[in-house]
Ligand binder design. Structure first.
Ligand code: MSP
Length: 650
């Protein structure tokens, strides 16, 4: 990233006609992640968010609630700001389009565009969708009346209007898309925009006279009945926030490194905005990055269905950082995503609890048990250079993925070092090293695990700032530009330290924590049919249980790290199974008729991990293995692909 020393990162400014939902939180969290990474890696970062408060839609919403538009906007804008503050969103400025400086900047832009010959007065005749605040030519309407974007009825408008010469910029826009393959991300979206522009651009009406709630034209136009089109007003926020038109102090942050938006507002950002900037003689943004749409349990969210996901509720129930991780990991950027509690719980228990949290617990356990809590990296390279190389190869791929908006891949790649760590414990077995008196090697293994956790916590920090701060505190260092340079850029290991014992970071989530409608498929099932199914089951003698009962059983993937026969027993094998804990579990399994000890060694199994310990032939057994037996004999149930020891099954 060395060639771009600055990083100006923006979210859309949110309409104040509704409170924030998961879609808004998603854009803001991505932007926050980029901003945090940029700062940590030493870029001069400016992160902007805010609210979009003018326009016919807001005016009407306020009226329907018996409020003035300003009072209404004040209230909702404050609610957005409070949410982002509670979410610890690291914005540098929160802009409101009702800010006096912003309005002055918009007027200035109008004058400059006019002086550059790009604005003329005419009559606008056509259709307007108030909900989308968009003009549509009749040819694009559905059934001659309805908005092609949202399906609502459009209004016929015939009024005097100022126009922006959008058509004049068609060729320059096409040239820009052509010469900058990454100007619109993901790249597939760029093709959509190119096709649209090639279809021909008509000039854009940029003022309205039929309502009042907007920025007036500059006084010298002497045309008080006009207010600016809300999208001209709104897009200009990206410049006025830097002082355009009032105090240019921060204008050197321009052009934006990335405008983050949702796919529904791509046209405004990828066509109108660069054309306005061309008219203002300003450079164009580096990336316009459009993400997909969130649904809930497979359905579009809407107030009327009552299924809108409230980000505050989710964060309160599941933890803010867990929610952040889920959103960014679950969906490839640009694709649509589905919010379900099940998917969120899976991510928490598996990726976070098992792969990350458990690794820290293991490190705390090993260091405490063998070394009085001390961790020393001095000999890591001597014993584990291959593992270090593998870890660094993954870490090196990360930064480009982030600014290419491949955030899900960033996180996927960041989990590889964790699996190197988990695998190394299984493979080198610190308890065996200690038994064999190889203390130096065991300490080096400890150092390797700590180094990996340290590096991962730095690179994960932009996504999970709070959790990663806890991890780095336990590991005795602070996450900042200096430590990023030291352990990521320069690939150093951690200084010797004494580990701090901290409580588990990701307590297992056993059941959905938010009160909510049952899963859609159950709800949709006609009652009569459900009853018949139930009766059928009863006939078969299988009692039906709820999902919560199922979750009471802790099933885990285990790796058999030692296997031997139980003397004098025809049926039993004595196994040591690593289920991701500090030490392997001893399991006595009645499988010897079908499997020898050698067959079982280094294979993976499914373990019931929360059974009360039992004794078999005088040997303690701390778990049960899943197997299936029919007339043909018995076979073990195993994961289809190798999985980290301790991965929950469910
Ligand atoms: N005010 C305009 C933006 C002006 S930017 C100069 C606006 N506001 S909005 O509040 O309606 O939407 C803000 C963002 O939220 C958009 O990027 C939109 O894509 C996003 N989302 C709204 N609903 C969404 C989902 N269900 N899922 C994901 N994002 C969604 O548009």
């Amino acid at each position: 990233m060395s060639c771009h020393k600055k990083a100006y990162i923006t979210t859309p400014i949110y309409y104040v006609n509704d409170i924030a939902h998961i879609g808004h939180a998603y854009t803001t969290i991505i932007a926050d992640t980029l901003a945090r990474y940029s700062r940590m890696s030493g870029l001069d970062t400016f992160f902007l968010t805010g609210t979009d408060e003018h326009g016919q839609k807001i005016e009407e919403s306020a009226k329907s609630r018996g409020k003035t538009p300003q009072a209404y906007a004040d209230e909702i804008s404050a609610a957005f700001k409070d949410l982002w503050d509670d979410f610890d969103i690291s914005y540098d400025k929160f802009i409101r389009t009702t800010d006096a400086d912003h309005m002055k900047g918009v007027q200035k832009a109008f004058s400059v565009m006019h002086d550059n010959g790009d604005i003329y007065k005419d009559i606008y005749k056509g259709h307007y969708c108030i909900s989308c605040e968009t003009f549509f030519p009749a040819s694009q309407l559905v059934d001659d009346e309805f908005c092609p974007e949202c399906g609502k009825s459009t209004t016929i408008v015939e009024e005097e209007s100022y126009f922006f010469k959008l058509s004049k910029y068609q060729d320059r826009l096409l040239e820009w898309y052509e010469n900058n393959p990454e100007c619109i991300l993901p790249k597939s979206k760029r093709n959509e925009v190119i096709r649209f522009v090639e279809g021909g651009l008509t000039d854009l009406s940029i003022t309205r006279t039929s309502f009042d709630w907007g920025v007036k034209l500059p006084e010298n136009f002497n045309d008080p009945k006009h207010v600016m089109y809300v999208w001209l007003d709104a897009l200009m926020n990206y410049l006025t926030a830097l002082g355009y038109g009032t105090d240019d102090a921060k204008m050197d942050q321009w052009p934006a490194r990335v405008h983050l938006i949702g796919k529904d507002i791509l046209r405004f950002h990828a066509i109108y905005w660069p054309a306005f900037l061309m008219s203002l003689d300003l450079p164009l943004p580096k990336h316009i990055a459009a993400h997909g749409w969130w649904t809930r349990d497979g359905e579009k969210m809407s107030k009327s269905k009552g299924n809108v996901v409230n980000p505050r509720e989710v964060a309160d129930a599941y933890g803010l950082d867990n929610f952040r991780y889920f959103m960014l990991r679950e969906v490839p950027f640009g694709g649509d995503g589905d919010f379900s509690q099940k998917a969120l719980i899976d991510r928490i228990n598996s990726d976070l609890g098992n792969d990350l949290g458990n690794l820290l617990n293991r490190l705390i356990g090993m260091s405490g048990k063998y070394f009085e809590g001390k961790v020393d990296s001095t000999n890591v390279a001597k014993y584990y250079q291959a593992e270090l190389d593998e870890v660094h190869a993954s870490l090196d791929k990360l930064e480009p993925l982030l600014f290419d908006m491949q955030i899900h891949r960033y996180l996927e790649e960041l989990w590889r070092p964790l699996s190197v760590a988990n695998r190394s414990i299984d493979k080198y077995q610190p308890w065996t090293l200690m038994k064999e008196g190889k203390e130096e090697e065991a300490m080096a293994l400890n150092g390797l695990i700590a180094a990996i956790l340290g590096k991962v916590s730095v690179m994960l920090y932009p996504v999970m700032p709070d959790i990663c701060t806890k991890i780095s505190d336990a590991l005795g260092f602070k996450i900042d530009n200096a430590s990023w340079n030291n352990i990521i850029n320069e690939r150093n290991l951690l200084e010797a330290f004494t580990i701090e014992k901290i409580p588990p970071l990701f307590p297992r989530v056993e059941e959905p924590l938010l009160e909510q409608a049952e899963p859609i498929d159950q709800k949709a099932e006609p009652k009569a049919e459900a009853k018949t199914k139930k009766e059928e089951k009863k006939e078969e003698g299988v009692a039906l249980i709820g999902i919560d009962q199922f979750f009471q059983t802790s099933l885990k993937v285990g790796t058999v790290v030692k296997a031997e026969e139980v003397p004098k027993s025809k049926k039993l094998l004595l196994l040591q199974v690593d289920v991701g804990e500090e030490e392997p579990r001893q399991v006595v399994a009645g499988i010897k008729e079908w499997y020898s000890a050698d067959d079982m060694l280094n294979t993976q199994v499914c373990v019931v991990a929360n059974l009360k310990p039992a004794k078999l032939m005088g040997l303690k057994s701390e778990g049960m293995l899943l197997a299936a037996k029919d007339g043909d004999g018995l076979c073990m149930i195993r994961p289809e692909k190798p999985k980290t020891a301790g991965t929950p099954i469910g």
